[in-house]
Structures are given as C-alpha cells and as structure tokens.
Ligand binder design. Structure first.
Ligand code: P6P
Length: 338
C-alpha cells in the first residue's frame, strides 16, 4: 500500500509548514501564516504567467484589456500581488522588492516581525519567448518593531527561510526554512503545492557550468581560468557541458537538481556583477548551503556579505560543493600572487 499511501497521503506545502511549526512549541504560527501568504502570491502569479501568452492572443495586449482596464506588465502585477499578500498577512514590517526603489514599511495594525526581500518575477524579460521565470524570496526576523532600513540590510546567514517559485512547464516551489530543502509541485486541479522533491541534496560535483560566455572578454583571471578548465580540462577528464538559460531561477533549479556550478562573475563593465544581493544572491545561496552545496562571491562566503544598500549587487559562484571549491582556490591563488 506504500504507493497508494503516497497517492492519498497528500503532503501539501501547508501541512508541511505546519509540521515544521510543530517542531517549535513556542511558535505562535506567525511564520506559517507568512509563508502561506507567500504561497498564495505564487499561485496567483503562476496563473497570471500562464495566461500571459493567451492574453496576447485574445487581444489583451497593448494598453487596455476587454474590460478597458489598463493591462499591467506581469512584473508590475506580480509585485502588487506580493506586496498586498505580504501586508495582509499582518506578519511583516519591511518589504524590499526588486520592483520598488524604496523599501515598504508596514504600519500598525498590520505590522509584524518579519522582513521579506523578494524579486516578484525574476527574468521577466524572458516571458514573451516562453522561457521559465520565477519569484525569489528571503525572510529575516526583525527584533525591534520600530524597524529601520538597517533591519533589511542583514547578512544572508541571518535568513530564517528562503525559496523560489519557478513558472515553467510545471509550477514548482523550492523552500528551505533552515532544515534542508524541499520541492513542491502545484497541482492545478487541487490548487495545492504537493511535496514532490523531499530533502533535495545537490551532487557534490557536476558536469555542467552555467555562465553567460558573452561576457568572456571582461572576466578577471580566476574566472577566465576556471571556465578554461571546464572546456579544456588539464587532468584529461571530459569537458563540462555549458547550460545557460539566462533566467536565474531556471539556471539555479537545474544546478540544484543536476549539480554543477552557476556563475555570474564580476567583470570590467560591472565590478559587482549583475545579480542583486538581497533577493537573488542570498536566497539562492541559502538554498545551496542547505542542500549541501556552497556559494562564494569571489572574495567571501556569499551569506557572510553585509549589504549597505537594498539593491546592491554582488558577483556569485554557487552550486556543487567541490566545483565551488575549485574556483575559491583560483581566487585564493590570485590573491596570494598580489
Ligand atoms: P545576462 C534576468 O534578467 C537576470 O536578472 C537573471 O534572472 C539572470 O540570471 C541574469 O539576469 C541573466 O543576465 O546578462 O546573462 O542576460
């Protein structure tokens, strides 16, 4: 009956989060309420993203739709949905979104003790060609309810939880609350995220490297040397494969499941790389460490970074533990030569 039990013992993300909560007897359920509002936001965005193509087909494109309402861009719409879902949870005090220049401070009576940093629709430039895109989020605890922006500028290692929701051939939410990583797939017929990937562990090493080779002429020495080793291994092993979608959630999700390394290095054009610390680098680094991998900025462990600005960028090398070790050794060697 094991198979049947699997089919009928539906572990929904809601049940999973409540089970996690029961491990903290003193918790009042605030965290579960917050997570469930994030899950609601993801369900809405999944539905809107899936309709986007159709919207264009049935003339909803351009500025107005059939109701004559202004047709919002999906990333603006997604941002509004998450901001509203997070505020209405009554559990947040600061929200930092990729879409908003300034942080949102939540006032009483809806103010709560969590700071949420998120990219509501990362990779949204890929929507029109059907490439997978996603929502990325991280959650911090804020002790003083008179929260200031400094409460959002915490190192990634302080995060209580992080995750992403990928809107692709299926809608998959990957989450860690600090006890490993679990993947949930949306069953549209139930409207529930069902546990499909329990306790995800990234392979110790992988055969795939993921980087935008178009930036090669601007790379620094260690990055260039690492990529060279991927293509022309010195030890006679077979070259790695290059896989690069150009949508962080898709590239990181493949790296997490198949192993390998994802790189967005610094280069002469952008000395801090391109990816944002709070809501791209930190959540993905948190997940990689929780899955047995690691994440490195070219200088330090990514989660040790202390951001000074909410939209700050950082170079990032993340993925299989052994693969990141190799690039760390190259940066260390370069440092010793200076
Ligand atoms: P490039 C998408 O625009 C994004 O922010 C990430 O999702 C993705 O990893 C990166 O930028 C791709 O950047 O410069 O390779 O196109």
């Amino acid at each position: 009956h094991a198979a049947d039990a699997h089919r009928t013992d539906l572990m929904t993300i809601t049940r999973f989060v409540l089970n996690e909560q029961s491990k903290h007897p003193d918790s009042k359920g605030d965290f579960s309420i917050l997570l469930n509002n994030i899950v609601l936001g993801c369900k809405f965005v999944c539905s809107a993203v899936n309709k986007a193509g159709l919207a264009k087909l049935i003339g909803l494109a351009g500025d107005t739709n059939v109701q004559g309402e202004e047709q919002k861009k999906l990333d603006v719409l997604s941002n509004e949905v998450f901001i509203k879902a997070l505020i209405s949870s009554g559990r947040t005090c600061i929200l930092v979104s990729e879409e908003d220049e300034e942080a949102t401070f939540v006032s009483p009576p809806l103010r709560g003790k969590y700071c949420v940093v998120f990219d509501p629709l990362d990779g949204s430039s890929n929507i029109d060609c059907g490439v997978s895109i996603g929502t990325i989020f991280g959650i911090y605890l804020v002790n003083d309810l008179e929260a200031t922006i400094d409460d959002a500028l915490q190192p990634g290692k302080n995060m209580l939880a992080a995750g992403y929701c990928m809107y692709g051939s299926s809608c998959m939410l990957v989450l860690s609350t600090g006890n490993g990583v679990n993947g949930f797939t949306l069953d549209p017929s139930l409207g529930e995220f069902i546990l499909t990937h329990s306790d995800i562990k990234i392979p110790k090493t992988g055969k795939i490297y993921s980087v935008n080779e178009g930036n090669a002429k601007n790379w620094d020495g260690p990055t260039a040397k690492y990529i060279e080793n991927c293509k022309f291994p010195k030890d006679g092993s077979s070259p790695k494969s290059l896989r690069y979608v150009g949508s962080m959630v898709a590239d990181v999700h493949r790296t997490l499941l198949y192993g390998g390394i994802f790189l967005y290095p610094a280069d002469r054009k952008s000395p801090n790389g391109k990816l944002r610390v709070l809501y791209e680098v930190f959540p993905m680094s948190f997940l990689m460490e929780q899955a047995g991998g690691q994440a490195f900025t070219g200088k330090i462990r990514a989660l040790d970074l202390v951001p000074k600005k909410i939209h700050e960028r950082s170079p990032i090398f993340l993925g299989s533990y052994e693969d990141v070790e190799e690039i760390k050794a190259l940066y260390a060697a370069a440092k010793n030569q200076i």
